[in-house]
Design a protein around this ligand. Sequence first.
Ligand SMILES: O=C(O)c1ccccc1NCC(=O)[C@H](O)[C@H](O)COP(=O)(O)O
Length: 226
Amino acid sequence: METNAINEPTRKSRVNYELYVKICGLRTPETVAAAVAAGANAVGFVFAPGSPRTVEPELVRTLVAQVPEHVETVGVFRNQPVQDVIDLALRAGVGTVQLHGDEPYANLEALHAQGFATLRAFSIDGYRALDDAERQRWESGRILLDAVEPGAGITFDATELVEAPPAGTWILAGGLNPGNVAHLVGTLHPAGVDVSSGVESSRGTKDVDLIEAFIAAARSSCATSP
Ligand SMILES: O=C(O)c1ccccc1NCC(=O)[C@H](O)[C@H](O)COP(=O)(O)O
């Protein structure tokens, strides 16, 4: 089976860590096409209930069909039973599952057994509360550090990252936008960035111009990252 950069099994996933850029919370063919054309490494679809971005798996299946093989397709879940996650991800046809709640490590293992690549998101508070052994275990896979409220566009406070993972091994999210992404990448040295609110014209509605501007700004930061 094909594997990705950290040797996880993948379905439709290839991961480029030069600077990985994920555009999350997509819901339309136009915005998916814009993200892909602008050079996104990954496109994300929210299955967590209660979000203005929540989508049905049948819609996502049609969106995934327009995504080229080299772009990672990510389903985002939050505190849902692992069997529901697997069922939804299979119906949608995504290659990667992002767990954005308090899910245990066993859920990640269950997803790997089904052939999904994974991303485990932590709030800054959640990450700081991990002991050394937990941190080491989660950091053996890909982790994403986010603001306390996911998908809320809360601007990231860099001073909270004194205990950041090693430079270049993790994905930064939380309140990123075209105006701050280059500076934050240059300062914090993540392996990648993930954005939702910062590329929206109103809550839940993606804006093609902002998607293009975000990806261009993120790419311009590469000269200052390790
Ligand atoms: O986007 C949501 O509404 C959402 C809901 C529940 C769990 C996760 C969610 N989004 C996760 C993401 O990947 C966002 O891109 C990430 O939290 C950054 O969001 P933002 O601060 O809005 O850029």
